[in-house]
Design a protein around this ligand. Structure first.
Ligand SMILES: Nc1ncnc2c1ncn2[C@@H]1O[C@H](COP(=O)(O)OP(=O)(O)OP(=O)(O)O)[C@@H](O)[C@H]1O
Ligand SMILES: [Mg+2]
Length: 143
C-alpha cells in the first residue's frame, strides 16, 4: 500500500474541489474505495468527482436501491454505496464484476464491504472527521 497524498479539508467546498481535481487522476486503477464513518464526506467527494468528469446531473445522491447510480458524462461515473449490503452475494446479483470492467470511473462508498470482491488494484480514500468542518483525507494505492 503506498500513500499518494494526505490533505486536511476545512469545508465541504474544499472536499468538492478535491474530488473535482482527483477525477482525472483516478485511472489505472479506475476504482476508488471510499471509507469513513457516516457523514465523513464521501458523497460530497463523489459530487466533486462528477463535476470533474463533466457529468451532467442535477444531483448526486447516495444510491440506496440496487447500490449503484450511473452518471453519463465525458467519462461515465459508477457510484456505489454498499452501506446497506448485507450479503456479499448481492454484489454478484447487481453485476459487480461487469462494472469493474467498465471504462469509466467506479467509486464505492463503504467499499471495504466488498472484501475479496475488490479488484487487485484500487485507490483507497479514507475520510476521518477531525472536527465539525475538518476532514483528514488520505489517498492510498492498494495492490
Ligand atoms: N470538510 C468537509 N468535507 C465534506 N463534508 C463536510 C465537511 N465539513 C462539513 N461537512 C458536512 O459533512 C456532511 C458529509 O456528508 P456526506 O453525505 O458526504 O457523508 P458520507 O461520508 O457520504 O456519509 P454516509 O456514510 O452516510 O454516506 C455534509 O453535511 C457536509 O456539509
Ligand atoms: Mg454517502
Amino acid at each position: 500500500m503506498s500513500k499518494v497524498l494526505k490533505i486536511i479539508s476545512h469545508s465541504e467546498k474544499e472536499t468538492l474541489a478535491l474530488g473535482k481535481k482527483l477525477a482525472a487522476m483516478i485511472k489505472e486503477p479506475n476504482v476508488a474505495v471510499l471509507s469513513g464513518e457516516l457523514g465523513a464526506g464521501k458523497t460530497v467527494f463523489v459530487k466533486g468527482l462528477a463535476e470533474g468528469l463533466g457529468v451532467k446531473t442535477e444531483k448526486v445522491l447516495s444510491p440506496t436501491f440496487n447500490f449503484v447510480h450511473e452518471y453519463h458524462g465525458e467519462k461515465n461515473l459508477y457510484h456505489f454505496d454498499l452501506y446497506r449490503l448485507s450479503n456479499i452475494s448481492e454484489l454478484t446479483e447487481i453485476g459487480w464484476d461487469d462494472y469493474l470492467e467498465k471504462d469509466g470511473l467506479v467509486v464505492v462508498e463503504w467499499g471495504e464491504k466488498a472484501g475479496a470482491f475488490l479488484p487487485q488494484k484500487y485507490y483507497l480514500i479514507s475520510f476521518k472527521m477531525v472536527s465539525e468542518n475538518e476532514r483528514e483525507i488520505n489517498v492510498e494505492l492498494v495492490g
